[in-house]
Design a protein around this ligand. Sequence first.
Ligand code: ATP
Length: 141
Amino acid sequence: METFRFEIVTAEASVFTDDVQEVILWGTEGQMTILPKHASLMTMLAPGDIYIKGKEGEQYLAESGGFLEVRSDKVILLADACERVEDIDEDRAEAAKKRAEETLKASPAHPDAVIAEAALRRSLARLKVVEKRRYKKKAAS
Ligand code: ATP
């Protein structure tokens, strides 16, 4: 099976490096699928879930927006933040979601609403990844 090198890096750490078969993530224009020999590109990413199909099967991560570079030798994601599913604190994400929703409800036209909307997107991405793992575990049992 043909693969390509995929790396996810944040300011804090290298989160993922491996040869993979397929990556699906969220560009600002919508969902993108990266396969081997994808044309070179650079694009911004929206906060969302990342699907990776690789040697160790399928896995999901959450990213909080960033920058994607598809090169001929590898694909690099510079993420503002990125967590593997096992590192996501679900309660924290639920609390962040609630805070953001309350701000949006109380003052939808306030400049804070823009910040709250971004926080809401990040929390929803984390919760979606946790939910996907739960669904996968259920389906496997
Ligand atoms: P919060 O309001 O809970 O801090 P946030 O969306 O503002 O969430 P970020 O600014 O995106 O947080 O990330 C700050 C750091 O905290 C990053 O290292 C990120 O990986 C981590 N982080 C944020 N939320 C979670 C979570 N629910 N579980 C695990 N790590 C998280």
